[in-house]
Design a protein. Structure first.
Length: 603
């Protein structure tokens, strides 16, 4: 009898097949929409067909997403929105995560008994109270932001824009495999909350989606949310008052307080979005626009600044080892600064001008050209967001006013969790919109307010749970989020609206899609489909299509791990970009990761 070897290894010359998936771009003349779910896209199209503009369309899609994507986002969450007007002005409507006024730096106890990496770097606290349950809840800002944007820039009545979301809440959305898998992954926490358990689980387990073929062999279960539908009806009829005052506000606060959270009615009353000019960076022959609040934006712009100084004339077009090494090292430098220096500039000093200084970018580009080792935490030094929280790789304060330079010495740091969605819309009149909003974790805080049907967010997980860092907790402080919506303009006209879900991987993914559009001249779908890498952690992650280049980098001493292209739908390894863009002929197109259930459409 032959005994099988415990492990079988393929010969060196063995070639395995690789799954390839493509998606046709949606191309039209009168506008384009891209979002994570078909229902969101259909809501946006309905607004455009009713005579609404891109703002109406994007907000309708964002409201629907807040109903049908609880594993990613919630209308009791937070986010960022950019609006590019045909005349050239670009506005930021910012509704960032924010701590309640009763939050304190020591409200969570670090759990030293567990060394757990959840993949996106959330620090471990006793009872996981920074990511699950009422203690994880921040001030819900999404509704305020979406309403303010619609009032400032929309064309249709609020009731029309909100109607698809209300209908989705009452009629229900189909349970798919992604919902079921996320519910199973968070089963213990969902079971622990009566509201979440009764809404998302049946007899203690998630509904089983059709898995043998949904056309003839199975019928999807519908998840209906009548309480949420009624809450949205109040918002539709009363506006801001229907959420931040009265019965909705009272129910939210009572639910959070009963679970040990610190949200108050005063926090809700004080919630107002920030509406103003977006942050601008000139890149090549374009202008790049981002939010100003703590987010992925500053790091995105720093990477672009370094890259532009690294290749001031003719950037490399092919995915050579040299190009990918430069991209990776620009990212490592920027993320080391992010993990050490960034926080809420209203509360702590942040060297924003220094980080975006051309001289500072030139100094880092020079280090990359000279082959100086990039700031990358070694395995024995721990996770990079923990290591660099107390170790400064650079001194950007040398490139601006040094008198405010702080010295951060925390014991460790936290990096925000995942759970995000994105919508990009262009209309036929030249208006462009980019919205990213989130629950700050999968299923947010895994807690639901029963009387309102609202999933509570986990905004406190965005903070450093330890005292003494730039991103440590403080009352009413904005944590450092990863969301990174972006708009690109050229000659005063919107070229593209882009963004992505995917935790900290959002930042480098959006940068690379921008480079594909601006430098490599790719269309929307090609820009999204092109193989990407991520250098936000200690190891360089690269698409398996870059295997040959990765091998060369590995020989040069760069730690590289390949990411299979046949990833699970909604995989986070390299984020999931969402793009709507307009070409020089005036055609609009939209694109999304071909392996997701996302949808694009054009008119």
């Amino acid at each position: 009898m032959t005994r099988l070897e415990p492990k079988l290894h393929a010969r060196r010359n063995t070639i395995f097949s690789r799954q390839t998936v493509s998606r046709s771009p949606a191309i039209g003349r009168a506008g384009a929409v891209a979002a994570a779910r078909r229902a969101s896209v259909e809501a946006a199209l309905y607004m455009l067909e009713r005579g609404g503009n891109a703002v109406d369309a994007a907000i309708a899609a964002a409201f629907v997403a807040g109903v049908i994507e609880p594993m990613e986002t919630t209308l009791a969450g937070s986010g960022f929105m950019l609006v590019s007007e045909p005349q050239g002005a670009v506005h930021a409507i910012e509704f960032p995560p924010r701590a309640p006024s009763a939050a304190s730096p020591t409200m969570f106890e670090i759990d030293t008994s567990r060394a757990l990496d959840r993949g996106l770097g959330v620090s471990v606290v006793v009872g996981d109270k920074n990511v699950a349950g009422a203690t994880a809840v921040g001030v819900p800002t999404t509704i305020a932001g979406l309403l303010a944007a619609q009032e400032h820039f929309g064309r249709l009545e609020r009731a029309i824009v909100m109607a698809p979301a209300i209908r989705a809440a009452y009629d229900g959305f189909e349970i798919d495999s992604y919902f079921a898998l996320e519910a199973l992954a968070n089963l213990e926490a969902l079971r622990a909350d009566p509201g979440a358990s009764s809404l998302y689980l049946h007899r203690g387990l998630p509904p089983v989606p059709p898995h043998l073929g949904g056309t003839t062999l199975g019928v999807a279960s519908l998840l209906k949310q009548p309480q949420l539908g009624r809450t949205l009806e109040l918002v539709s009829s009363q506006g801001r008052r229907g959420f931040y005052e009265g019965e909705t506000a009272t129910a939210l606060v009572e639910t959070v307080r009963s679970g040990g959270g610190v949200l108050s009615t005063q926090d809700l009353a004080a919630c107002h979005p920030l509406v103003g000019r977006a942050r601008r960076l000139v890149f090549r022959d374009c202008e790049v626009w981002t939010p100003r609040s703590p987010s992925g934006a500053l790091t995105q712009l720093q990477i672009l600044n370094i890259w532009q100084e690294l290749h001031p004339a003719e950037p490399p077009m092919e995915d050579s080892p040299e190009r990918l090494r430069g991209l990776a090292e620009a990212s490592w430098h920027a993320f080391a600064d992010r993990y050490h220096w960034l926080g809420d500039p209203d509360v702590v000093p942040v060297p924003e001008a220094g980080l975006l200084s051309p001289d500072y970018a030139r100094s880092i580009a020079r280090a990359i050209r000279d082959r100086e080792p990039p700031p990358r935490a070694l395995p024995e030094q721990g996770l990079p967001w923990e290591y660099f929280a107390s170790v400064a790789a650079h001194d950007p304060w040398a490139f601006q006013d040094r008198s405010k330079r702080p010295s951060w010495r925390p014991m460790g740091a936290t990096e925000a969790a995942a759970g995000t969605t994105h919508v990009s819309v262009l209309d036929g009149n030249g208006l462009a919109v980019s919205i990213t909003h989130t629950a700050a974790n999968h299923f947010g805080a895994k807690a639901v307010c029963p009387r309102t049907g609202l999933l509570l967010d986990a905004a406190m997980g965005w903070f450093n749970a330890r005292v003494g860092a730039a991103n440590s907790i403080a009352p009413s402080k904005r944590p450092l989020a990863n969301m990174g919506p972006m708009i690109i303009t050229r000659d005063g006209r919107a070229l593209a609206a882009l963004g992505a879900p995917g935790g900290r991987r959002i930042i480098h993914a959006v940068v690379q899609v921008l480079l594909n559009i601006v430098e490599r001249g790719m269309g929307a779908q090609d820009a999204v489909d092109a193989p990407r890498l991520d250098a936000s952690g200690s190891t360089l992650l690269a698409s398996e299509r870059l295997a040959d280049v990765a091998a060369a980098l590995r020989e040069a001493g760069v730690p590289v791990a390949l990411v299979a292209d046949e990833h699970e739908p909604f995989g986070y390894e390299l984020a999931r970009p969402v793009v709507a863009m307009r070409d020089h002929d005036g055609r609009s197109s939209a694109a999304i990761d071909p392996l997701t259930r996302g949808t694009t459409a054009a008119l």
